[in-house]
Design a protein around this ligand. Structure first.
Ligand code: HPA
Length: 369
């Protein structure tokens, strides 16, 4: 250690004010903050806005839309009407009265009093175009009648003759999947009951579950399984239509079935009978659902007919049901289901279907006479 080093005393930090000539001045940003003594706060009054001179009085405040004193209601207020409301037609309170009004309207359009009604499903409506001396009544004009929105359904009631038998044919029906209630779906059967119809022929397109029920076959429905989760007789029962708990043991008339199978076979169609399962739709079934339906005894699957059968039977109308197998049910063939295929098949089978109906109608007429 050198003498010079030994003799060096620790120096007190130099004050900046007394800085040596050759020391650079500390930049202002690094300079130690200079504490300033707290300033006295301005008196609060000084922050208040300046008083408005009396020569400029404040304008009166706009009235608040809802006065504070009035309790605020949570229910929406009725709009204030400036003109008198248009009179709303009041629908008859009961389904019986609505059906009666519809039946009387239909009777006002034609002198015919048909005892047989037909519901022509997807693609089969063309049959009604062949009725002779026909009166066509759009559903939209019939009081309380539901209007069809489904593709392939014309939406009119055609009253005319088939082989000299007076019939009422529905060109199209409404379905649950269109958003109609089960009561609306079955309403035309209520109207037929009020018209004095004794037999109804319900047709539909269906998927074939049973292996032999291949595309294009006509099947006579012998029974059904209601999986639509709805029944048109739910709610209070009107005994003028029928009993509270109607029997469904033979919902599909045995005589009508025998006659139809016999006629079909005479025409070389090889008609079979099958059990129809009704689902609400509109999505088609999954393959697992079809396996389930087969297990519980269904041969065919569709999205219609059952509410109508129940309502018709409630009023003692005898029922014939015929399905056109428009496709193999989901998962049976290795291909997806397509509604166009359903319509195309119904169109292809139409001639055969109409030929069958033409021979069956006079026999049903004789049966109910
Ligand atoms: N499933 C349900 N409804 C139908 C079908 C089907 O495969 N085909 C025609 N309607």
């Amino acid at each position: 250690m050198s003498t010079k080093e030994k003799s060096a005393k620790p120096k007190a930090p130099r004050k900046r004010a007394a800085s040596a000539k050759n020391v650079a001045p500390v930049p202002a940003s690094l300079a130690e903050p200079q504490l300033t003594p707290p300033q006295e706060l301005a008196p609060v009054a000084a922050l208040e806005p300046p008083a408005i001179p009396p020569s400029h009085p404040l304008p009166e405040p706009e009235p608040f839309p809802i006065p504070f004193e009035e309790p605020v209601s949570l229910t929406p207020r009725a709009p204030v009407l400036t003109t008198a409301p248009a009179p709303v037609p009041v629908a008859p309170a009961t389904e019986f009265d609505r059906a009666e009004a519809a039946a009387q309207f239909i009777f006002s359009k034609t002198p015919a009093r048909p005892k047989i009604a037909l519901v022509l499903g997807s693609g089969l409506g063309a049959f009604a175009d062949e009725f002779s001396a026909a009166t066509k009544i759009p559903y939209a004009s019939i009081p309380h009648f539901p209007r069809s929105t489904a593709i392939g359904h014309a939406g009119q009631l055609v009253i005319g003759h088939v082989e000299d038998v007076s019939v009422a044919g529905m060109q199209g029906r409404v379905h649950l999947y269109e958003g109609y209630s089960v009561h609306e779906v079955a309403f035309p059967m209520r109207v037929f009951a009020r018209m004095g119809v004794k037999a109804v022929i319900l047709t539909n397109a269906a998927g074939g579950i049973k292996r032999e029920f291949v595309q294009g076959r006509l099947i006579v429905i012998k029974d059904h399984i209601n999986l639509q989760g709805a029944n048109p007789l739910s709610g209070p029962n009107d005994a003028r239509f029928g009993p509270r708990f109607p029997d469904m043991t033979i919902a599909y008339d045995r005589r009508f079935r025998e006659m139809t199978v016999g006629q079909g076979n005479r025409q070389g169609m090889g008609l079979y009978e099958g059990v129809y399962a009704a689902l609400p739709g509109p999505s088609y079934e999954t393959p697992a659902e079809i396996r389930y339906l087969r297990t519980i005894g269904a041969d065919l699957v569709g999205m219609s007919t059952v509410p109508e059968v129940i309502a018709a039977r409630h009023s003692g109308i005898r029922v014939l049901g015929i399905s056109c197998v428009t496709n193999a049910a989901a998962g049976i063939l290795d291909q997806p289901l397509d509604h166009n295929e359903v319509l195309e098949t119904a169109e292809r089978v139409k001639t055969q279907f109409i030929a069958l109906l033409r021979t069956v109608i006079p026999r049903i007429a004789a049966e109910i006479a």
